[in-house]
Design a binder for this molecule. Structure first.
Ligand code: SF4
Ligand code: SF4
Length: 90
C-alpha cells in the first residue's frame, strides 16, 4: 500500500521531487503535525510501474528512515516488498 517516513527524517528534502505521484509532503504540510516529511498512504503506489526500488527511499540519505507499511487488499504493492516496519533499503 505504501511506504512511511519515521522520526529519523532530517527534513532534507531529497525525497520530495523523486515521487512520481506526489505522495510526499514536507513538515509544513504533514497532516500528523510531526516535524518530519510524510507520505500519503492513499497516494503512494510504492513506485510500481515507475522505479525499483522506490525512488524516495533510494534518494533518502538517512538510513532506514523510509519503511514499508502494510499492503492492504486491492492496493498497489511491490511484489518483492518487505514486511511492514522493515526499512525499504537496509
Ligand atoms: S514509494 Fe514511490 S510512490 Fe511511494 S512515496 Fe515513495 S516515491 Fe512516492
Ligand atoms: S529524503 Fe529522507 S531524510 Fe530527507 S526529507 Fe525525505 S524522508 Fe526525510
Amino acid at each position: 500500500m505504501a511506504v512511511y517516513i519515521n522520526d529519523t527524517c532530517i527534513n532534507c528534502g531529497a525525497c520530495i521531487d523523486e515521487c512520481p505521484v506526489e505522495a510526499n509532503v514536507d513538515e509544513d504540510d504533514n497532516p500528523t503535525d510531526e516535524d518530519i516529511y510524510h507520505v500519503y498512504a492513499d497516494k503512494c503506489v510504492e513506485c510500481v510501474g515507475y522505479f525499483d526500488p522506490p525512488a524516495c527511499a533510494e534518494a533518502c540519505p538517512t538510513e532506514g528512515c523510509i519503511g514499508w507499511s502494510d499492503c492492504a487488499d486491492g492496493a498497489t504493492c511491490m511484489e518483492n516488498r518487505g514486511e511492514a516496519g522493515e526499512p525499504v533499503i537496509e
